[in-house]
Design a protein. Structure first.
Length: 268
């Protein structure tokens, strides 16, 4: 993916990583379109950040996705980058079905079916562009689980394997598949995460991601240094230690006696 000259659609860009990435890509000379469910918030953001475009879109609603995708393509025919950012992260207790089933279903619908719906809605158009990119968003937790968020972990593991698979299918087309793998970042994705001492500051994360896009335009994964502790635990042979470390400091789970995170290491 080239860092400039694109027309980018980022559904789920009304806060956190999505909004910060949208503004960073706009600053690099891209036309950026953001999407979200709340019209009033979208209107406020486009008023505050001149040049941003916005569309109301609910990725849990297949009909809404299909309708809005047609509108976006018609009004922005140069669109060549899709970044499905919308996602939720919920603490769940899987010892009681009444405590987790509804949350699990919503998480999978938002985090897995949402990106699938978006890709389905835009894939024909993207293949018509000479140089297009789908940027999927997984997590370090696709590779090492946080005890308190089972469905989120599973959803991000699904996104990782989906990315690997569709990259193979799209290899002969003009569409590249780039997977963004965040560590824990200081956002409101989970209660307390924004103020967590082990969460990577949002501005530092975005700066490193933009730097990776600039320096590695042919990359298949965007991995900041902080996520490699989780990403490669199994390959290094210290997977059990990685799992123990991230769960020792899980504020939403029970403490264990495993080793803590070393300096510079983050969970996601």
């Amino acid at each position: 993916m080239q860092i400039t000259g694109n027309t980018v659609f980022i559904p789920g860009a009304t806060s956190g990583i999505g909004l910060a990435l949208a503004l960073a890509l706009q600053a690099k000379g891209n036309e950026v379109i953001i999407g979200g469910r709340r019209t009033e918030l979208l209107e406020r953001l486009t008023a505050e950040h001149l040049g941003l475009h916005s569309y109301q879109i609910d990725t849990t609603d297949p009909e809404n996705v299909a309708t809005q995708a047609k509108r976006i393509v018609a009004e922005h025919p140069e669109l060549n980058v899709l970044i499905p950012m919308a996602g939720i992260m919920r603490v769940e207790d899987w010892t009681d079905p009444a405590a987790f089933l509804a949350s699990a279903e919503q998480t999978i619908s938002t985090n897995v079916l949402g990106p699938i719906r978006l890709i389905a809605a835009f894939i024909e158009h993207l293949q018509s562009r000479p140089d297009a990119t789908i940027v999927t968003v997984s997590s370090g937790l696709a590779f090492a689980p946080l005890r308190s968020t089972p469905s989120y972990n599973a959803s991000k593991a699904a996104i990782h394997m989906l990315s690997e698979s569709i990259r193979l299918q799209l290899a002969a087309t003009s569409v590249r598949v780039l997977e963004l793998v965040p560590p824990s970042v200081a956002t409101d994705l989970l209660p307390g995460q924004k103020d967590s001492a082990i969460a990577m500051p949002l501005d530092e994360f975005i700066a490193e991601v933009v730097g990776l896009i600039e320096s590695q335009p042919d990359a298949t994964e965007l991995q900041v240094e902080n996520v490699k502790f989780l990403r490669y635990g199994e390959a290094r042979g210290d997977y059990d230690q990685v799992v123990a470390a991230i769960n020792q400091h899980d504020p939403h789970g029970k403490e264990d006696d495993g080793p803590g995170l070393a300096a510079g290491q983050s969970r996601s």
